[in-house]
Design a protein around this ligand. Structure first.
Ligand code: ATP
Ligand code: MG
Length: 199
């Protein structure tokens, strides 16, 4: 069994996240990708115009219909920011037989590797770093090149998707279309709940 966790704020989930997860399934033969929306302090949720349950529901809507995609409430139940290493440890302990992966984009992988001690994380899970327009990975930092050599970090080429959640929120508040940038169910949810209108 090969399981990958994909963490993110998903505020909202968009096609960049979905393409990334789908590519990981096909390139690494994964059985399942577990989408893991992060918890956030309540004041940040209000500023962003979408609550924790909204982010969770949009993820659930976006992944429905893909039998390899699942969603977890593990981090949002904590209602605060979790460290990736803690989340991975939780699953490592409960699934000793499972080969674990953690999927990030090119921006987030560098943050993870700059942490105090990425070694524990990399001992428990292989990190899959997806290419992302605007975040070059060719000028790799020292820590990344070391872990690449050790094969604990894999760079995954995916079709470049220049979409971010920040862009989606900006387009909604600027009354621009987000059709095809998010899945249709998510677009309808954002519209019917009136999310992100205030910018
Ligand atoms: P925001 O603009 O709010 O930061 P985001 O689009 O970066 O949102 P996150 O929820 O922060 O989305 O990202 C979750 C994970 O998905 C991160 O590892 C991020 O690098 C990755 N990711 C997001 N968008 C893309 C994309 N277009 N291509 C590749 N990876 C992506
Ligand atoms: Mg981000």
């Amino acid at each position: 069994m090969k399981l990958a966790i994909m963490g993110g704020t998903f505020n909202p989930i968009h096609i960049g996240h979905l393409v990334c997860a789908e590519e990981a399934v096909s390139q690494y033969g994964l059985d399942q990708v577990l989408f893991m929306p992060t918890g956030l302090p309540p004041h940040k949720e209000i500023l962003n115009g979408a609550g924790l349950e909204d982010r969770y529901r949009m993820c659930a809507i976006a992944i429905s219909g893909n039998p390899r995609f699942e969603i977890s409430r593990y981090e949002i139940e904590k209602k605060r920011v979790s460290y990736t290493v803690g989340t991975v440890r939780h699953f490592r302990e409960r699934m000793p037989e499972t080969e674990l992966f953690f999927i990030t984009g090119a921006d987030a992988v560098l943050e993870i590797l700059e942490w105090k001690d990425p070694r524990e994380l990399l001992a428990m899970a292989t990190l899959i770093a997806a290419t992302r327009p605007g975040y070059p990975l060719n000028r790799v930092s020292k820590p990344l090149s070391r872990f690449l050599i050790e094969n604990r970090v894999k760079i995954m080429e995916i079709p470049g998707i220049g979409v971010s959640s920040t862009m989606i929120r900006g387009r909604v508040s600027g009354q621009k279309s987000i059709r095809y940038l998010v899945s249709e169910g998510v677009r309808q949810y954002i519209e019917s709940e009136g999310l992100y209108r205030q910018g």
